[in-house]
Design a binder for this molecule. Structure first.
Ligand code: THU
Length: 137
């Protein structure tokens, strides 16, 4: 898998984060099964709740362009004034969005704390017993 490429793309995506309220900047890079990479950043709002996380920005960009099958996502985050130094796990809402489009046992979530250091999880690791489409059958 293209882990290093995804980590580098997530770090680049983070530079576009719009975070006047929290100053916490997140970047994501989503790899489709067709081999394309969609980048996302968090986009905050004065009214707070319309804020969109980096991961969902990447998913919604991809889905809005016709992509519905995904292989992996890399995520990085940290305070605006510094380089990333710690892992930034995805929030619960973003995990649920991943659950909508991804096989939890196949989809990889890559968390990086530097351009050279990352850990790989499955979505199942991060969302055990997640609720998805098949639960509605
Ligand atoms: N944030 C993300 O972009 N992704 C996550 O999974 C966790 C949180 C953003 C939302 C907000 O702009 C900032 O980080 C602080 O919560």
């Amino acid at each position: 898998m293209r882990e290093k490429e995804l980590v580098d793309a997530a770090i680049a995506a983070r530079k576009m984060a719009y975070t006047p309220y929290s100053g916490f900047q997140v970047g994501a890079a989503l790899l489709t099964k067709s081999g394309k990479i969609y980048r996302g950043c968090n986009i905050e709002n004065a009214s707070l709740t319309p804020t969109n996380c980096a991961e969902r920005t990447a998913f919604f960009k991809a889905v809005s362009e016709g992509e519905k099958e995904f292989e992996a996502i890399a995520i990085v985050g940290g305070k605006a004034e510094s380089d990333i130094s710690d892992y930034c796990p995805p929030c619960g809402v973003c995990r649920q969005v991943m659950m909508e489009f991804c096989d939890p046992d196949q989809f990889h979530v890559i968390l990086a704390r530097s351009p050279e250091e990352w850990k790989v999880y499955t979505l199942r690791d991060l969302l055990p017993l997640g609720f998805g489409k098949s639960d509605l059958d």
